[in-house]
Design a protein around this ligand. Structure first.
Ligand code: SF4
Length: 653
């Protein structure tokens, strides 16, 4: 792996040098040299890219990960080892999105004019802030411990988000945490970020103070298995009840001066128009496409029109105020820019141009998201990633949905050469010795009956199977469900069948990390998990001996973006939606789920799959065999269908 990374960086470097020597004309900039690497668990993937990237002398190297856990592992474990091997110091910086940092100007304002009310949830943070703000050298909200987690209207008023920042005009510019971070990042050899920040930074590059990350020759995208999803979200146009609330709050905070009288009159009209617009949305939580069958579109369009009209009144007033203020005072201009941004985004969302899918999601009574996602992300990948670097390494334990990298190539628009260049490095585990894949004998097909849970016969047989397996493994089990409905249906039955086991359930009170810690430290425990637990759960050793996958994880076809992708693919070729989109997506997710079990050479255990479709060389609705293809892409677990064998194996662990 290290060799492939070193080659990609060397090629990218010489290509870039030749281009610069030829004048560095923007039009003829060469695309990045792309190297895809699937490196199974236990292959030392992080060191496999860190060492050659740092040894190349190209700086800075940006490493983008999907999860905080991997960022922590890179900084605390892999980087010190890489430094030891390289024998020289490496300056590394972890950079987060702007909203993670305290804005000193906003904090100063909040001290002079404290918020009129602080919500119950924010009270602890409000009390902790003065001391922390005084002492912090980074301004990173995470230092506030549990006050630093989750949504917070108070933090929304204090964070360093770009749309409010006045940059060099700010009186606190010299000691601003963001400015310090940008300086550190500019001097770093290695910058670690998450995918969301990387993509947000690429999107913001054009604006003056939005960019946080420096120009870098080398990008390493770790956990790149769902890059298509990250691009779909990263390049979405969004507006939300929260963004609107923040804008109203900032506008209200700007009132009170002599000249703001007109604004004071116009703002309530705009606020009322927004409330009327929200009142036109369905009261039930869920995601709604812009479909007349799901939404009262004509009424909604009228309400959006009234909101734009009222907002234009505010915008006109702000423009008037801008012209009256001293040169260099950006505060009215910033507010005007944000109003314009709100109109533009809502316009794109409601216009739903070709190639985009718009949705409205109600998360709760007061949390609503408006969004327009691109159906095809290949152009974004090309413009922002391929053309943004000299060398680009994409890696993950699961990048291939079959034998090769064709699926990844199709999703991101890679060339044949880029696909062929892909490298697979297998896990060094002895799957024959360490594990078995168990599909219980006699299990009926699940079929999506019972409100999406499954056929009654399958439910009963699966409950029996999970009960027997968890009893044999004495807990130490992760059970992965494909829907909350399914989890909720199974949970009480499992709890009463296995009173000796402590069950932990995803999404109930504890955060993900708290849940994993409690699970790891509680004897005879089982963890019931949903979508996000199919990946990124790392429980080596005795804590985990059994992973149960309840069903092949096909994504629900009711996701409007996925549905549009399937429709487009089917229009090109009948059945391509299933073969080219649903099946590869499912295969990757299944690989991720099964990959939770064996994390080290000494781990042992059973992965049980309660979906007999995996066994049958059966015909799918499009007349193509797929089970064999899915099986071939899984780690080489020996397939076992014998209860005695599997129970004896588990009892002996
Ligand atoms: S420069 Fe921007 S982020 Fe920094 S303190 Fe000033 S307004 Fe806040």
């Amino acid at each position: 792996m290290a060799e492939a990374v070193a080659d990609a960086i060397a090629e990218g470097t010489s290509q870039g040098r030749a281009w610069k020597e030829a004048g560095g004309d923007k039009e003829s900039k060469p695309p990045a040299v792309i190297q895809a690497i699937e490196a199974g668990t236990g292959t030392g993937k992080s060191l496999g890219y860190l060492i050659p990237a740092l040894a190349s002398g190209r700086a800075p190297v940006i490493v983008a990960t999907r999860t905080k856990n991997l960022q922590r592992q890179l900084l605390e474990e892999d980087l010190p080892r890489a430094i030891g091997i390289l024998g020289r110091p490496v300056k590394a910086v972890l950079a987060k999105g702007r909203s993670n940092y305290l804005c000193l100007a906003a904090w100063e304002q909040a001290q002079v004019h404290p918020p009129s009310e602080v919500s119950k949830g924010d009270y602890g943070m409000w009390m902790a802030l003065p001391q922390w703000a005084e002492r912090t050298t980074t301004g990173d909200r995470e230092e506030l411990g549990h006050f630093g987690e989750g949504e917070s209207p108070l933090w929304d008023k204090l964070n360093a988000r770009a749309e409010r920042c006045t940059g060099r005009q700010c009186p606190r510019y010299a000691d601003c945490h963001l400015v310090k971070l940008r300086q550190e990042v500019a001097e770093a050899d290695l910058v670690i970020v998450n995918h969301a920040l990387l993509l947000a930074d690429r999107k913001l590059r054009e604006s003056a103070f939005g960019q946080v990350l420096p120009d870098a020759p080398v990008l390493i995208l770790d956990e790149a298995h769902d890059l298509e999803e990250q691009l779909t979200e990263g390049f979405a146009e969004t507006w939300s009840s929260r963004a609107m609330r923040m804008l109203f709050t900032d506008l209200e905070a700007a009132l009170g001066s002599e000249e703001s009288g007109e604004l004071e009159a116009r703002l309530p009209v705009w606020e009322e128009a927004w409330e009327l617009l929200l009142g036109k949305l369905p009261p039930d939580n869920g995601t709604y496409p812009l479909d007349p069958a799901k939404l009262a579109l004509a009424e909604l369009a009228d309400a959006v029109g009234a909101w734009v009209e009222a907002g234009n009144g505010v915008l006109g007033t702000l423009k008037g105020l801008m012209s009256k203020t001293e040169e260099g005072d950006l505060s009215w201009a910033k507010l005007a820019e944000r109003c314009g941004q709100a109109f533009n985004r809502m316009e794109q969302i409601f216009a739903q141009p070709e190639g985009w899918v718009s949705t409205i999601t109600r998360e709760s009574a007061h949390v609503i998201h408006f969004k327009s996602n691109p159906i095809d992300v290949r152009a974004f990948f090309h413009q922002h990633l391929r053309m943004g670097f000299e060398s680009l390494v994409m890696t993950s334990a699961t990048l291939r949905d079959g034998k090769g990298f064709n699926g990844l190539g199709l999703r991101l628009g890679l060339s044949h050469e880029e696909v062929d260049r892909g490298l697979a490095v297998d896990s060094p585990f002895d799957f024959e010795e360490q594990a078995m894949l168990f599909v219980p004998p006699g299990l009926p097909e699940r079929r999506a009956a019972m409100g999406g849970v499954g056929d009654p016969a399958w439910i009963e047989a699966s409950l029996d199977a999970i009960t027997r397996l968890i009893a044999a493994s004495r807990g130490r089990a992760l059970v992965l469900f494909t829907s909350r409905k399914m989890l909720s249906a199974f949970r009480p039955r499992l709890e009463s069948a296995l009173p000796q086991i402590t069950f932990f359930v995803q999404g109930e009170q504890l955060t993900r990390n708290q849940l994993l810690t409690r699970f790891r430290t509680t004897p005879d425990a089982a963890l019931l998990g949903l979508a996000s637990f199919w990946q990124g759960v790392d429980l080596p050793g005795d804590a985990l001996r059994l992973v149960v996958v309840t069903a092949l994880p096909f994504a629900p076809p009711d996701d409007p973006v996925l549905a549009a992708r399937i429709r487009e693919a089917d229009a090109k070729q009948d059945g391509l939606g299933f073969r080219g989109i649903q099946l590869p997506q499912m295969t990757l997710k299944l690989k991720q789920g099964l990959g939770r079990l064996i994390r080290t050479r000494s781990d042992k255990g059973v992965v049980a799959l309660l979906d007999p479709r995996i066994l049958l060389p059966r015909e799918d609705p499009n007349g193509k065999r797929y089970a064999a293809q899915v099986r071939a892409s899984l780690p080489p677990f020996p397939l076992v269908r014998d209860w005695e064998r599997v129970e004896a194996f588990l009892r002996a662990l």
